[in-house]
Design a binder for this molecule. Structure first.
Ligand code: UTP
Length: 291
C-alpha cells in the first residue's frame, strides 16, 4: 500500500521570474488556489495520508499556507457574511498530515527527492510535481496506484508530446506495450535532442517509486545542467528492476510554463460554478470583438 507522498517545491522557477523571486512557483494561484493545493488534494484523493513537502529558500509561504492563520480566522469570525471564507481557510489547515524538509541548495530534482530518504524509509512512495496539475475524472495518482498494485514495480506518468519538444522533457524508450496506456520501459533519457529521442513519450510530474531509488540517487553524479537528475537515477534503477510507464486519462496543464499557466487558469475558471458562466460570456465577447 502507498501511504506517503513527496512534493518537491524547492526549484528556482526561473521560467516564472519575477513572480518566483519571492515565492515558489508552486504557490502561484490558478484562479484563487495555489498550484500546490491542487496537488495535495490529488494525493489525498488517492488515499495518501502522509505528505512531505521539500521546500527551498522561500519555505515560509508554503508552510504558512497549510498552517492555521489564527489572526485571519479571528478577523473573519467578526465579519458578517464571511462564514464560508472562514470555513475555507480552516479546512486548508486540516487537509492532511503535512511535513516539511529543506533542500539546502537547489541541486536538482533527484537531489530534492533524496531529501525524503529518512522520512520515507523502506516503503514505496509517490512523487508529485507542482508544475503539473490535471483535470481528470479519476485522480491521476489514483490511476497510477492501480498500475503499481498490478505490477509491483515503479510507475512513472507519461504523455505523448509533439516530437519537436523532446529536448524539454525526459523521454522514454519502450520495451513492451502492456496495454493501451501502460508500457514496460527499456530506457529513459533526459532532454534528448529531437534527432536522438527514442520516442515522443515524455515523463510528466507523477511518479510511484520504490525505496531502492535512494541509494542510487546518493551515488548519482550531477548530469545535465549540473543538477542531480531524477531521470538519471531512474535509468540506473531500470538496470536493476522493471519500470513501467503509464499514460494517465485526463488533461495536464504545465503551469511551470507561462502558456500552460494561462491555459490552466482559463480552463479551471470555466469549470467553476461561481465564476465560470460569466467568464465564458467574457471569452465569447472577446471572440466577437475579433481579439
Ligand atoms: P524544474 O525542472 O521545473 O525546475 O523542476 P525549476 O527550477 O523549478 O523551474 P525552472 O525550470 O527554473 O523554471 C521540477 C520540479 O522539481 C522541483 C521544482 O520545485 C519542481 O517542482 N525541484 C527542482 C526541486 O525541488 N529542487 C531542485 O533542486 C530542482
Amino acid at each position: 500500500m502507498i501511504r506517503k507522498a513527496v512534493i518537491p517545491a524547492a526549484g528556482l522557477g526561473t521560467r516564472f521570474l519575477p513572480a518566483t523571486k519571492s515565492q515558489p512557483k508552486e504557490m502561484l494561484p490558478v484562479v484563487d488556489t495555489p498550484a500546490i493545493h491542487y496537488v495535495v488534494k490529488e494525493a489525498i484523493e488517492a488515499g495518501i495520508d502522509d505528505i512531505l513537502i521539500i521546500t527551498g529558500k522561500d519555505k515560509t509561504a508554503i508552510e504558512n499556507y497549510f498552517d492555521r492563520s489564527v489572526e485571519l480566522e479571528y478577523l473573519l469570525e467578526g465579519k458578517e457574511g464571511k462564514e464560508d471564507l472562514l470555513h475555507l481557510v480552516q479546512d486548508i489547515a486540516h487537509l492532511a498530515n503535512i511535513h516539511y524538509i529543506r533542500q539546502k541548495e537547489p541541486l536538482g530534482l533527484g537531489h530534492a527527492v533524496l531529501q525524503a530518504k529518512q522520512h520515507v524509509g523502506n516503503e514505496p512512495f509517490c512523487v508529485l510535481l507542482g508544475d503539473d496539475i490535471f483535470q481528470a475524472e479519476v485522480p491521476v495518482l489514483k490511476q497510477m496506484i492501480v498500475e503499481y498494485e498490478r505490477y509491483g514495480d515503479p510507475v512513472i506518468a507519461l504523455e505523448r508530446i509533439d516530437p519537436s519538444q523532446t529536448d524539454k522533457y525526459g523521454i522514454v524508450d519502450i520495451h513492451t506495450t502492456m496495454s493501451s496506456r501502460t508500457y514496460k520501459l527499456k530506457d529513459l533519457v533526459e532532454k534528448p535532442p529531437v534527432s536522438q529521442a527514442p520516442s515522443n513519450l515524455a515523463i510528466i510530474g507523477r511518479y510511484i517509486l520504490t525505496a531502492d531509488i535512494f541509494e542510487i540517487l546518493e551515488n548519482t553524479k550531477p548530469g545535465r545542467g549540473g543538477e542531480i537528475q531524477l531521470t538519471d537515477g531512474l535509468r540506473r534503477l531500470r538496470e536493476q528492476r522493471d519500470i513501467f510507464g503509464y499514460e494517465p486519462e485526463g488533461i495536464r496543464h504545465d503551469i511551470g510554463d507561462k502558456q500552460g499557466f494561462l491555459r490552466a487558469t482559463v480552463e479551471f475558471a470555466l469549470e467553476r460554478t461561481d465564476i465560470g458562466p460569466a467568464f465564458a460570456e467574457y471569452l465569447k465577447d472577446l471572440v466577437k470583438r475579433g481579439i
